[in-house]
Ligand binder design. Structure first.
Ligand code: SAH
Ligand code: SF4
Length: 365
């Protein structure tokens, strides 16, 4: 049976045409499924009875299932979403005064093995399919609408006003599914989010960045974390393949198409690793030709990480070096600490298929 959550509007239109139906049915269906969150095809009253019967025979609307839902003291919510075979990924909702941001996962685990990232430490299992990615918006909406404080949460009529592809996984390593899911996020009949309010975060897969700017130009965040190749090779190993000079050039090319006129550089603050004043100065040199903002993320510890969070003083000094040159710098507040929903703490349950843990043990031994 076809899961209708897997389809973009244009794919649904093709499906209807192949059935001998009018393509505009796709728009109606997208509205019912994504805008209203309806699963029961019988409730889709503007679709003719005969067609409803055909759809009910051939298709279903199957959102991913929630294993656990946690609510933090600060209003942050986290869902553990079942991904089959005992695996799970995480989705996090962060309510703020003027927006509601959903942090969405793209893969079960991640193969890129950044040394300070809890997802990366667990290895890689598989890509999420479109229904599992867009399904995170679907289930989050459903669950938020059912929450007792729903009225308080909703500014305009959208609870989720922003999406960040910053959950588990490297979104550009699951390119086709992530692009289709983002097209559904942007679709006016579905979630109707503005391109400026959908942000994809990447550790820097240069060829995919070049494709994305044509296929689905959304706001871009790049996980920099180090101002020189020697250090970045070590903590963000994909840098060995796409070094900083190439990454900076790709950022410039992306900006020609981006919905915002800057790139956000994310920089995790690791005590005594990348947080000195010299690092900040090197960083300024590195980004000279790329209009950008900085987002400093205090390292979120997890067991046996081997890293410590930079001190508040170091973070402040680092920030001031950048600000003195006129850059906008935000320091990310840690949200959802009590439910382990902070950046890079998302662990889910991942069975590594790459046997990385074994390889590492062999190397270490
Ligand atoms: N794979 C993508 C998106 C997911 S991670 C990427 O790497 O950009 C979202 C952000 O959290 C990235 O900037 C990532 O480097 C950062 N991050 C990972 N582990 C972290 C940790 N333990 N503490 C703080 N930030 C972390
Ligand atoms: Fe993967 Fe991003 Fe974690 Fe690196 S930081 S291991 S790219 S999820």
């Amino acid at each position: 049976m076809k899961n209708l959550l897997d389809y973009t509007q244009s794919q649904l239109a093709e499906f209807f045409v192949a059935m001998g139906e009018k393509p505009f049915r796709a728009k109606q269906l997208m509205r019912w499924i994504h805008h209203y969150g309806v699963r029961d095809i019988e409730q889709m009253t503007d679709i003719a009875k005969g067609l409803r019967a055909k759809l009910a025979e051939q298709t279903c609307i199957q959102p991913p299932s929630i294993q656990t839902e946690l609510l933090s003291d600060d209003g942050t919510r986290k869902w553990l979403i079942a991904a089959g075979d005992g695996n799970a990924v995480e989705t996090v909702f962060i309510p703020e005064q003027d927006r509601g941001t959903l942090c969405v996962s793209s893969q079960v685990g991640c193969a890129l093995a950044c040394t300070f990232c809890s997802t990366g430490r667990q290895g890689f299992n598989r890509n999420l399919c479109v229904a599992e990615i867009i399904g995170q918006l679907w289930v989050a909406n459903a669950s938020l609408r059912a929450a007792p404080d729903y009225e308080l949460l909703s500014h305009d009529d959208r609870i989720i006003s922003n999406v960040v592809m910053m959950g588990m996984g490297e979104p550009l390593a699951n390119y086709d599914n992530v692009v289709s899911a983002m097209q559904i996020m942007l679709d006016d009949s579905a979630y109707g989010l503005s391109r400026r309010r959908v942000t994809l975060s990447t550790s820097g897969l240069v060829p995919a960045m070049d494709k994305l700017k044509h296929d689905c130009p959304v706001a871009l965040a790049v996980s920099l974390h180090a101002p020189n190749d020697a250090l970045r090779d070590e903590i963000v190993p994909i840098n060995q393949k796409y070094p900083l000079a190439e990454l900076m050039a790709a950022c410039q090319r992306y900006l020609e198409y981006a919905p915002r006129d800057f790139i956000t550089f994310e920089y995790v603050m690791l005590h005594d690793v990348n947080d000195s004043i010299q690092h900040a100065q090197q960083l300024l040199d590195l980004v000279r030709d790329v209009p950008c903002k900085f987002n400093l993320i205090p390292f979120n510890p997890f067991p046996n990480s081997g890293y410590r969070t930079s001190s508040a003083d170091n973070i402040r000094r680092f920030r001031e070096v950048l600000q003195q040159q006129g850059y906008v710098v935000t320091t990310r507040k840690t949200r959802g600490d009590d439910i382990d929903a902070a950046c890079g703490q998302l662990a889910g349950q991942v069975q590594d298929k790459t046997k990385r843990a074994i390889k590492m043990a062999v190397v270490a031994g």
